[in-house]
Design a binder for this molecule. Sequence first.
Ligand code: GDP
Ligand code: GDP
Length: 455
Amino acid sequence: MGANRAYGLHTLVYVIIKKSTYQMIVSIIGRPNVGKSTLFNRIAGERISIVSNVSGTTRDRISTNTSWNDKNFILIDTGGIDKNSSEDFQNSITDQALNAIKDSDKLIFMVDGREGINPLDEEVLRLVRKNNKKAVIAINKLDLPVDEFNALDFSAINEFDSVKISAYHNRGIVDLLEKVLGKEFKNVPKNSEEIKLSIVGHPNVGKSSLFNLLTESNRSIVSNIPGTTRDSIDYSVKYDDKNIKFIDTAGLRRRGKIEQGIEKYSSIRTIKSVENADVCALVLSAEEMITAQDLHISGFIKDLMRPCIILMNKFDLVTNDQKNEIIEQIEEKFDHIPNIPILLTSALNKLNIEKIIPKAIEVYENSIKRISQKELNSCFIDAISRKQPSSKGKKTPEIFSISQYKTSPPGFKFESTNYDLIHFSYKRYLENQIRNNFDFSGCPISLRFVKAKRR
Ligand code: GDP
Ligand code: GDP
């Protein structure tokens, strides 16, 4: 089937392939206990406090989208080395850490300046060399200036620049970032006409099949234009006047199960893909319904506040009678992304494929929507008159105003007295009021409460 048919007659669809617009990926590597997580938290700052509250998933953040001196980059903590492993190092380094090394543009190779080089450091070094990666050595735990003089000798790894730091005491971090991000790296400016769509989901749900259908056309060319990272090719489809760019398509281009191993590190891939997306399409399979992995991925999407649609694929394997039940289940399990649009698709029978791109655009547009102050005021007055925040002791929070202070995702600011006393359930009430009045389906919104100026 040609893509033109998939989209109906009113649109011309074509596929173009171009080099990635893409953020640099920096991974912190090193043996256990050298201070990787400490450095990660130091660089990532406040963004790191994001913790998933999706039931059934607990995890540490291992990746963040951060910036320094106007340079955006993705930072990955490869803490995935099992500190308690009794096996040798080769076995204890997880696939995730190994693949973070492979996927990175630059590495921060951490060593302990007080302990000097040991066989595990040498093993990490071997991996860096083997993968032909650029690295900067961060000689850590040099907390005082005097420690720098006493730092042990790392001249055995003199092919890389080194910086003496204390992750814990915030020493040398600026020098380190300067060396890591360098002058050669420039962010590619965002093309506002372009919507970056990432298709995510666990293995075997039909991501590649859907992707192939969505990009299928006589003009699609499969060629390997080297991008900034391995296999980096971007496919774009034009829909009306919008360019939808499919990002992180390396795993999607494969057919079948040729690259089994690749799935083992899909979580870093998935995070990276979600971080870079303007909108995510989370693919589930009607064969398995909703798995813990699906909730895990939706947790990333929520934490990173990305707009999202759900594609329940392989719908050909169930009967139409099950439709309502399936939708109910999805709404219940994914209630952390309110009003999430759901499409029941079948890549096999080409069911609802033509609805995917329009739905993704709709959700994206929700995320960049600005509500007029007049409409907001009227929604606010209505909400406040129906229900007020409850008091605590003698103190009663009083909310005076609402304003939309940002988009992507939309953020609303409330000016209030005693705002720290406003209960979570009341915040949820306000969010629901906003959602009932304006269409933000599939799109996270954030609420901020600030101290009211004197009235
Ligand atoms: P990782 O296993 O490489 O992620 O290491 P962690 O970040 O968990 O740190 C291991 C230990 O080293 C922790 O007790 C940290 O508090 C400590 N540590 C990390 N950075 C520094 C530093 O700059 N100076 C000192 N003195 N201790 C540090
Ligand atoms: P991915 O791992 O998520 O990229 O999944 P694939 O696209 O490789 O599909 C995994 C398997 O599911 C393949 O055997 C596909 O032929 C099959 N598949 C994909 N979509 C559908 C569908 O809508 N219905 C059915 N019955 N099978 C599908």
